[in-house]
Design a protein around this ligand. Structure first.
Ligand code: ADP
Length: 168
């Protein structure tokens, strides 16, 4: 059975992420979406449990996709739990490529079995990132077409909390 792992912070999940997950689910028998914390991004908006719940709701229509959250382990170590599994990542632009190329080398140094497959982003999502969504939400812009509809109220409510915290 072929297994793919789609890792990320998903803070929050966007339609760009979902596009990669859906396309991966057509290629592999099973897809494990793993919510991890990027230590370089210290100011996450959503807790790991909130992100887990949001990604689960966004992917429940895909029967071969399951979602896990691991905050205690490096991706290169996590993939050892699934022998033969391949990591699938989305590539938006040359800047993504440079970062991902470097991370791939680091991961292969830790675990020589580590393999990454890259899917290019679909045109309309090449500009889309979780940080853009957070920025737009913070200033009250509409999120339709950027994140799953059912998650919009939750993201807007979180934005309100952040605005309140910032403005006192
Ligand atoms: P990280 O915090 O590890 O960068 P993200 O949650 O930002 O994780 O992204 C996880 C994965 O999803 C990465 O492989 C990233 O390239 C991919 N991704 C994010 N946004 C898009 C998009 N709009 N189109 C394609 N891939 C994307």
């Amino acid at each position: 059975m072929s297994i793919a792992i789609c890792p990320g912070s998903f803070d929050p999940i966007t339609l760009g992420h979902l596009n990669i997950i859906r396309r991966t689910s057509k290629i592999f028998d099973e897809v494990i979406v793993c919510i991890m914390s990027n230590s370089g991004k210290t100011n996450h908006w959503f807790t790991p449990d909130e992100r887990l719940s949001m990604v689960r709701r966004a992917t429940e229509k895909y029967p071969n996709v399951r979602v896990e959250s691991r905050q205690d382990i490096l991706l290169a170590e996590y993939v050892r739990c699934f022998p033969g599994a391949v990591v699938v990542k989305g590539l938006r632009a040359a800047t993504d490529f440079e970062y991902e190329f470097q991370m791939n080398q680091v991961n292969r140094n830790i675990n020589p079995e580590f393999e990454t497959l890259f899917l290019t982003s679909e045109g309309k999502y090449t500009f889309l990132s979780s940080s853009i969504v957070r920025e737009l939400a913070f200033y009250g812009a509409g999120l339709k077409g950027l994140v799953p509809d059912e998650l919009i109220p939750e993201i807007e409510s979180k934005a309100k909390q952040w605005r309140k915290a910032q403005n006192g």
